[in-house]
Design a protein around this ligand. Sequence first.
Ligand SMILES: Cc1ncc(COP(=O)(O)O)c(C=O)c1O
Length: 380
Amino acid sequence: MKKIYLDYAATTPVDPRVFSEMTPYFCDNFGNTMSLHSFGQEARMALDKSRGVVADFIGAKPEEIVFTSSATESNNFVLKGIAFANRDRCNHIIISSIEHACIMESANWLESKGFEITRVPVDRHGVVNANDVLKSINKKTILISIMHVNNELGSIQPIAEIGKIAKENNIYFHSDCSQSLGKIPINVNDLNLDMLTASGHKIYGPKGIGILFIKRGVKIDPLLSGGGQEMGLRSSTSNVALAVGFAKACELFNQEEKEKLVELREYLIDSVLLIPGSRLNSPQSGIPGIINFSFSGVEGEAITIRLDMDGIAVSTGSACSSSKLRASHVLLATGMRPEEAHGSLRVSMGRWTTKEEINYFLESLNKNINQLREISPFKK
Ligand SMILES: Cc1ncc(COP(=O)(O)O)c(C=O)c1O
């Protein structure tokens, strides 16, 4: 059976060019970057070089890049590290209502420890209004954390504008760029960012590595204490192979990929919207690779399972919440009713998606929606 992967927002395959760059760092150049001998020094050089490549990619300085184990870790690090390092002065944090679970849950946890959290709303397209952020600021606000691109809708947030507000009010600004890095050009200075999170496995790099950009001067407590690696901000023996992979993945970014995806997106949207009772949940202005639809009277999970039986991988929402069979907090935040949110499907395309694959998907989608509606107890 044909296998078609349309879940690139959940994770991407490792690009073979990334894989071959990484391989020497498992068995041959395996040294510990903290060792004084040549094995250690070679590993250290590779780590430093990777840090430099990543820093260049986002307009930062090498010493401002901390390698972590994932975007989840980076996001936990930001919220908890900023909250505790600055709690004598301030205790209020602003996030959006559509953040990834790792921000939402970190914020919930901080709230349980006495911090104050404001969750700003989004419009029906899943976009935060910068004015709502401004209105949420109070004298105790220490951090604003708003994701760049939403993982379920692909909606792009007005990050530069929010960053300007944060700067004018002397508040730290962080953005989870897990779904934007490697897809749209990012410069931390243009976006007025103090901190930025990204993940290797969303950009054709390996799993198990993330980055946190921390602008020089930001006061943050580490999550992991120990040997003092990563400029003392994240102790643990450095995973050089994964850092090398992350850097190579950044180097492979190319704008042409986006153009191909824009064409495929238009074709996909036009074709899916021919299905009666279908609706586009993503904004037209979203990033090209993520498209979210709903189909009236059909559960997203049922469609996902049926498509999988035809060899097609899509998702109902974020990979972290899709197994919980709960209506997505992102779609609910856009004002959708729970029953509508249950009918949603996320198609996410990437580097190797072709028009033939989209055609195969459309054929299977049409067939399965018709069949599911035939057997629905709500059939009219
Ligand atoms: C926006 C966003 N933030 C954070 C994460 C978590 O990434 P990781 O798997 O690297 O922890 C994801 C992954 O789904 C994501 O889409």
